[in-house]
Design a protein around this ligand. Structure first.
Ligand SMILES: C[S@@+](CC[C@H](N)C(=O)[O-])C[C@H]1O[C@@H](n2cnc3c(N)ncnc32)[C@H](O)[C@@H]1O
Length: 432
């Protein structure tokens, strides 16, 4: 698809008063992907801020409660905060929680600057002291993922973070340093940088010299200090700084009925990203997972690929006219995949019902979701989610939907593979 196939084009912000017609195809040329703290850490399938900002400003008012039930790296949470709403972020993933917490917490710039200086001094001292051997976590295939000198440098940085933040005993500074630390781990590992999954491919192992890991950390720290200071300035003008974050499942949330004014989210793509595996190296270093298999943790994620043979021996039917023919076709070549797709939509049904429960009557649930090709079968998730959402069992009305293409502003000639797009569903909980 090229840009001229879109009916409406927005460069940067979409004015909240713009009505996007039902079934329109729009193009957003994003300018803001990493402004303020949005770029603090990579995260797969992250929102470009312009879309949630538009939805938040169009469908909620200042002071109202805006929920992202699968908040990932917290794009909706930060945008809600900047728009003076009360942001609520739910995610089952501990990395997602850490990034969101850090991204939305404004810290005193002078204190942070001086703590960072102490941290860098401590790293240098420890690194130059040849007698010190840093603590390095033990995990499966560790020495395949990292070269020995990289392990040594990462261990030195982590020890320094532990000792500096022990002294000031502030979890907020600690979170910030840990996120910066985490942001370089993938880059200095042997994992393929072009793959969201954590895999090693001999051809794509990067060249990393002794000392590079520490330099990368210092560069990332300097950059994120500026981002944090810009965030502090932006939030100074905002009265309401209350952010509510919960590490729990979006299918059973701990909120009262009818208590949320708007929900905005981008659910996981089926078949596309295995979140615990994507962040496994970072989670080992941050002590979020032990040396055991990731499978127990993965089972609770929507879109999980950790399924048992006995579950997919037989074809499962959903009762949905948009989904069952696809499940049958996928089952012919791959019964396991057919079950994964079935389970994804069963979990999303629970999620939609749960969001319906917590929304106030009249409030909207805006979902952005792309399509997938699974074993040669096109799966248009927005059609299936719409059928689930408006079924009597769930109860939403489908107010409108539109297709949103996205380009990063610096790419002049859009190349097919760099463009992505998703359907946005605007659901509404009826009044009575
Ligand atoms: C596409 S990502 C969201 C990205 C986010 N919009 C952003 O801008 O960073 C989907 C998120 O769903 C989360 N998730 C998967 N299963 C979940 C569950 N059962 N409960 C809550 N969150 C879940 C994943 O951990 C992941 O962070």
């Amino acid at each position: 698809m090229t840009t001229d196939q879109y009916e409406l084009e927005f460069v940067g912000d979409i004015p909240p008063e713009s009505t996007i017609p039902n079934l329109a195809q729009i193009m957003i040329i994003s300018k803001d992907q990493s402004y303020l703290t949005h770029g603090i850490h990579k995260f797969p399938a992250k929102f470009f801020p312009e879309l949630p900002r538009y939805l938040i400003r169009r469908y909620s008012r200042k002071g109202e409660r805006v929920l992202d039930p699968m908040c990932g790296s917290g794009t909706v949470v930060l945008e809600s905060l900047l728009s003076e709403r009360i942001p609520i972020g739910v995610d089952i993933d501990p990395m997602a929680q850490l990034i969101t917490r850090t991204k939305t917490k404004s810290l005193d710039s002078d204190k942070l600057e001086s703590q960072s200086k102490k941290l860098v001094d401590q790293i240098h001292q420890a690194y130059e002291d040849s007698k010190q051997s840093p603590s390095i976590p033990v995990f499966n295939y560790r020495d395949n993922w990292f070269r020995p000198f990289v392990l040594h440098e990462l261990g030195t940085i982590k020890d320094a973070i532990d000792s500096v933040t022990d002294r000031v005993s502030s979890t907020e500074f600690r979170d910030f340093f840990l996120v910066v630390f985490s942001s370089i781990i993938r880059d200095v590992s042997n994992a393929d940088p072009h793959c969201t999954r954590t895999v090693i491919r001999k051809k794509s192992i990067r060249n990393i010299a002794v000392g590079d890991t520490i330099s990368k950390f210092k560069d990332a720290l300097a950059k994120q200090l500026q981002a944090m200071s810009a965030l502090a300035t932006s939030l100074q003008l905002i009265d309401n700084r209350k952010v509510i974050l919960k590490e729990e499942s979006a299918t059973a949330m701990n909120f009262e009925d009818n208590s949320i004014n708007l929900a905005v989210t981008s659910p996981p793509y089926i078949n596309a990203v295995d979140y615990p595996r994507t962040h496994q190296l970072e989670m080992y270093w941050l002590g979020m997972i032990g040396n055991g298999p990731l499978s127990t943790m993965k089972r609770n994620y929507i879109g999980t690929e950790t399924v048992y043979k006995r579950e997919y021996d037989e074809l499962h039917y959903s009762g949905l006219s948009t989904l069952d023919p696809l499940l049958e076709r996928i089952f012919v070549s791959d019964p396991r995949r057919s079950y994964i797709v079935y389970k994804f939509f069963e979990d999303m049904k629970q999620q939609l019902k749960e969001t319906f429960r917590v929304l106030r009557p009249g409030a909207r649930y805006c979902l952005a979701i792309g399509s997938n090709m699974i074993r040669g079968v096109p799966v248009h998730s927005h059609e299936i989610l719409s059928e689930i959402a408006i079924s009597p069992e769930t109860g939403f009305e489908l107010e409108r939907s539109f297709f949103s293409g996205l380009i990063r502003h610096f790419i002049r000639i859009p190349r097919k593979e760099r463009m992505s797009g998703e359907w946005v569903l605007i659901l509404r909980k009826p009044h009575q």
